[in-house]
Design a binder for this molecule. Structure first.
Ligand SMILES: *Cc1c(COP(=O)(O)O)cnc(C)c1O
Length: 461
């Protein structure tokens, strides 16, 4: 996702900023709170200064406080990217910052150094293994630095098992999949998608038949990044069978970055190692919520020997992608999972789905083009015309579309503010009729398009 930047001015928040400062104890910094905190700024203009030369400028704590204040304001406008900012645990976990925790190497093996959190890591892995129905002694996995690393790992496992395999991924797959194909120099078949963003299975079938004789490594997206479409694993497995691919001729990696913790609470057993899949990956900082980027990668233990290398320096075996790994992330994940539990997660899922539906209905009633896929919390809408608006709400835009990702931290109040702001701005953008809202029929389907042409279509059938 894009990094936070403050290049554009923004309006002071109209709702109470949630979270950050109110519950936190930042001690000294609290008292240093500066009066100008809500003033719009163009750029934070941070420089590294020598300790002796700061007499004329603000103190380090003051700069930090200012930054935290800005973040606390902007959090009410954080609706365009899939991060869950609802975690209450940073205060309990803050003392961990006094240690350097590094989970370098294999989570299941002995370390020479004690400053790791592998016991927490294994607890988290066991939880996900259970969720995805694989026995403890049958799986291998690790806590990654994010969904991307999980994809890089899963596809590598597939490539090592089937070295001549062709990588298949849909057009709407995350860009990290194409990155993997490039890094590993794999042959890559891009599969078409429907207007909703789901894999086009007839195109997959055609390509599988065309490449018959070469193994298939398939990336299945459980919740596409932009439209939130879920590729149907069962149809893909059936397609492989219909095309005559036996189990030893294909490898399936499931990229469940966002929806991996949503689907199991709506459609149980959709993602399951009881099916012939090779790996599943998920981002830890997305639906679950974790202040640092991280992810979980689970694969079959029997596959991993191909990849493991003895590394004398760390006195361990390493089958992971990176060297040093963040030892804080597994503890945060463990804390979140334990604090929420299955019931808490289920509640989050239900609330997000309800709120996404609420937003979709409000936009639809206002005559705005909008689409919401089944099993998804991503509301796709027509691209707002004005860059300022897009920047204020931190929206991600593709062609003539934008999306709002209705994460657990997003309240109806925030959604109402967004809709009201959008309606108000639209009146300005389109008031004289010279410009009209974009047609998004090709992007989200004519039935979801409310442009002047398709709206008329809709009224006079
Ligand atoms: C976000 C996302 C990723 C990448 O995850 P990071 O944690 O950002 O590396 C991969 N796949 C999908 C479908 C995603 O939405």
């Amino acid at each position: 996702m894009g990094s936070l930047s403050f290049e554009k001015d923004f309006e002071p928040s109209v709702v109470t900023p949630r979270g950050l400062i109110a519950n936190g104890d930042f001690g000294e910094m609290k008292r240093l709170k500066v009066a100008t905190a809500t003033t719009p700024r163009k750029n934070l203009n941070i420089t590294v200064t020598e300790p002796g030369s700061r007499n004329d400028g603000p103190s380090l704590d003051c700069i930090l406080m200012n930054y935290i204040d800005t973040l606390s304001q902007r959090i009410n406008y954080h609706i365009g990217y899939p991060v869950n900012i609802c975690y209450e645990h940073y205060a309990s976990l803050a003392p961990l910052l006094q240690f350097h925790l590094n989970n370098c190497g294999d989570p299941f093996l002995q370390n020479t150094v004690d400053f790791h959190s592998k016991d927490f890591e294994v607890a988290v892995l066991n939880w996900f293994a259970d969720l995805w129905e694989i026995e403890k002694d049958q799986y291998w996995g690790y806590v990654t630095n994010g969904g991307t690393e999980g994809n890089l790992h899963g596809i590598l496992v597939g490539r090592e098992l089937l070295p001549t395999g062709i990588l298949y991924a849909s057009k709407d797959s995350h860009y990290s999949v194409a990155k993997a194909a490039m890094m590993y120099r794999m042959n890559f078949e891009m599969v078409n998608t429907s207007v909703h963003g789901e894999m086009d299975y007839s195109d997959l079938k055609a390509k599988l038949l065309q490449n018959k004789g070469k193994p298939a490594i398939i990336n299945v997206t459980i919740g596409t990044t932009f439209k939130g479409a879920v590729d149907d694993l069962d149809i893909i497995l059936q397609t492989l069978k219909d095309c005559g691919y036996t189990h030893d001729q294909f490898y399936i990696h499931c990229d469940a970055a966002l929806n991996g913790l949503i689907i199991p609470f709506i459609k149980n057993q959709m993602i399951s190692f009881k099916k012939p899949i090779g790996s599943v990956t998920i981002s830890g900082h997305k639906f679950l919520g974790c202040p640092m980027p991280c992810g979980i990668q689970i694969t079959r233990k029997s596959y991993i020997n191909n990849l493991s290398r003895k590394v004398e320096y760390i006195a361990s075996v390493d089958a992971t992608i990176s060297g040093s790994r963040n030892g804080l992330a597994p503890i945060f994940l463990w804390y979140s999972l334990s604090a929420k539990g299955q019931i808490g997660l289920q509640k989050d899922v239900k609330r997000c789905l309800d709120n996404a539906k609420y937003l979709k209905d409000r936009l639809q009633q206002a005559g705005i083009s909008v689409m919401l896929n089944e099993l998804s919390i991503i509301v796709v809408l027509e691209r707002p015309r004005d860059h300022e608006f897009v920047r204020r709400w931190q929206l991600s835009c593709v062609r003539d579309m934008a999306h709002v990702i209705v994460m657990p931290g997003i309240t109806r109040e925030i959604l109402d503010n967004f809709v009201n702001d959008l309606l108000q701005q639209r009146k300005k953008w389109y008031k004289d009729g010279n410009v009209t809202p974009p047609c998004v029929a090709e992007d989200i389907g004519a039935q979801n398009c409310a442009c002047s042409y398709h709206k008329i279509d809709f009224i006079i059938p």
